[in-house]
Design a protein around this ligand. Structure first.
Ligand SMILES: NC(=O)c1ccc[n+]([C@@H]2O[C@H](COP(=O)([O-])OP(=O)(O)OC[C@H]3O[C@@H](n4cnc5c(N)ncnc54)[C@H](OP(=O)(O)O)[C@@H]3O)[C@@H](O)[C@H]2O)c1
Length: 265
């Protein structure tokens, strides 16, 4: 139960799945704090929420690959007396291609955003949630966390890290009333890069492709219900289950064949 004076903080809230999750929370009358890179989309999302829903909303531009950002976000919440009871770590990016074709700095940024920023924000916000004996943390991972993708090896690794980290941390904290959810979407139609990768897969990808608003609805409903692993979409759920039954070596050979096209996308 989220109280009237409490807030949900969502990273990557200016676009894609994050923006839709912020709207879904506001629709459920939960106050929202939006974090993303500086740009018109962040303010537009804030304006949309303040015009369409009777909740409080505020935003902060921050580059989460900057190691000081998490502390800045936390201090901003403190100075405004924003009580964060829901933390949604969602900002992230991935890139496809032959491993060595992508510059090392890009991989390091990916790890900074997809992993380090998640840990830093949880490290700051968790103690107060534990003290209040309630809270939700949702970490956006991916279907790729348990189904590794050749030609997106580092991204897959970051999502697998978040998956394992969240499972382990959940056991540490659930008796304090704080629950973790791991969101594992398959392909979602959001940004340009993703669209190109989805198109390179042809009709296969369309079978499991989802829209961000649908993913957001499923994610928020299940997070508030305390679900640990959220696999949006029936088809994605089945693919994940069936993949677990296939021997690893064979599965990875098949995956390599399917995703070799990423080297051309
Ligand atoms: N789309 C998919 O197919 C898919 C599938 C599985 C998992 N996921 C995961 O779902 C999450 C959201 O993906 P999406 O497709 O919705 O992404 P998206 O449409 O590209 O939006 C990314 C969001 O993150 C923000 N962001 C990017 N870099 C940032 C940084 N350095 N600091 C702060 N904010 C930053 C962006 O802000 P700006 O406004 O500045 O761009 C934007 O709000 C990611 O973790 C992604 O890995 C996506």
């Amino acid at each position: 139960m989220i109280l009237k004076d409490e807030f949900a903080l969502i990273t990557g809230a200016s676009l894609g799945i994050g923006r839709e999750m912020a709207k879904e929370l506001a629709r459920r009358q939960i106050n929202t704090l939006l974090v993303a890179l500086d740009g018109p989309e962040l303010k537009e999302t804030e304006k949309f929420i303040s015009e369409h829903y009777e909740t409080r909303v505020d935003s902060l531009a921050a580059d989460l690959t900057d190691p000081e950002s998490a502390q800045r976000i936390y201090d901003w919440c403190k100075s405004n007396n924003y009580k964060v009871s829901i933390l949604i770590n969602n900002a992230g990016f991935g890139e496809g291609g032959a491993f060595e074709a992508i510059p090392l700095e890009r991989y390091f940024k990916m790890i900074d955003l997809n992993n380090k920023a998640y840990i830093a924000l949880i490290h700051l916000f968790l103690p107060e949630m534990k003290k209040r004996k309630h809270g939700h943390i949702m970490n956006t991972s991916s279907m790729e966390a348990t189904l590794p993708l050749p030609y997106k090896a580092v991204y897959t690794g970051t999502k697998n890290f978040i998956y394992a980290y969240s499972l382990a941390l959940n056991e540490e904290i659930r008796r304090f009333g704080v629950k973790i959810s791991i969101l594992c979407p398959g392909p979602v139609l959001t940004n340009e890069g993703g669209l190109k990768r989805i198109q390179s897969q042809g009709n296969k990808a369309k079978l499991i492709l989802m829209m961000p608003d649908v993913v957001a609805r499923v994610a928020i409903r299940n997070m508030l219900g305390g679900m640990l692993i959220i696999n949006p979409g029936k088809m994605n759920w089945w693919v994940t289950k069936v993949a677990k039954l296939i021997p690893t070596r064979l599965k990875m050979r098949i995956m390599e064949r399917i995703f070799r096209v990423y080297t051309k996308a």
